[in-house]
Design a protein around this ligand. Structure first.
Ligand code: AMP
Length: 218
């Protein structure tokens, strides 16, 4: 399956993407993760991306689209993928369509995760992420790790992402409404969108998402 995941910051995209990709045996491609990997390796691309990320802004399209295209060329993406955080604006959605047309393939669905705005700010400002695996996330109130600062799953160090402060979250939400939401209508016009609520336990949301994707593919 070829799926795009959309939703505001804090909807649980990264967490859901990891489970869905595993269930569907397709690679989880997160442009945010690719940028973070570049930043921790100190690459020129990482240096370019960092200031935009810390400000809650989108990294420019020419950098992002090239990086996403390169990732989609890798052999593991030949039979399907789950895109998380890309596309994030109309120009990127159009660029993705071009990439897919060139390959003679098409998306199967766009999964839209819905969550109320007040919940988003609470979720993100208290979020702690594992340095070793960004799918391992905790929360200072709702999901405390057994040992403070240590990931329950792999022992990695927990930290607050530079772009998870309350101020940056508000900026990221504004960017989401302005830049990313329009792609939902773009994909609705192609009949691709399924919307589900992202509220509830992680496993419940995964179940809901799997069911919605199954119906979409049927
Ligand atoms: P995420 O991990 O998806 O929340 O992304 C974290 C940050 O990385 C975003 O706030 C942007 O600064 C940057 N980023 C990730 N994906 C994209 C994209 N498709 N286009 C532009 N910037 C992106």
């Amino acid at each position: 399956m070829r799926i795009v995941l959309v939703g505001p910051p804090g909807a649980g995209k990264g967490t859901q993407a990891a489970y869905l990709a595993k269930n569907l045996s397709i690679p989880h491609i997160s442009t945010g993760d690719l940028f973070r990997a570049n930043i921790s390796q100190g690459t020129p691309l990482g240096k370019q991306a960092q200031e935009y990320m810390n400000a809650g802004e989108l990294v420019p399209d020419e950098v992002t689209i090239g990086m996403a295209k390169e990732r989609l060329e890798k052999p593991d993406a030949a039979d399907g993928f789950l895109l998380d955080g890309f596309p994030r604006n109309l120009a990127q959605a159009e660029a993705l369509d071009e990439i897919l047309v060139e390959k003679g393939i098409a998306l199967d669905g766009v999964l839209d995760l819905e969550v109320p705005e007040a919940e988003v700010v609470k979720r993100i400002a208290g979020r702690r992420t594992c340095r070793s695996d960004s799918a391992h996330t905790f929360h200072v109130e709702y999901k405390k790790p057994r040992v403070e600062g240590v990931c329950d799953e792999c022992g990695g160090e927990l930290y607050q992402r530079g772009d998870d402060s309350e101020e940056t979250v508000r900026k990221r939400l504004e960017v989401y409404h302005r830049e990313t939401e329009p792609i939902i209508d773009y994909y609705k016009a192609q009949g691709l969108v399924v919307t589900i609520s992202a509220l509830g336990k992680v496993a419940e949301v995964t179940q809901r998402a799997m069911e919605a994707l199954r119906q979409k593919a049927a």
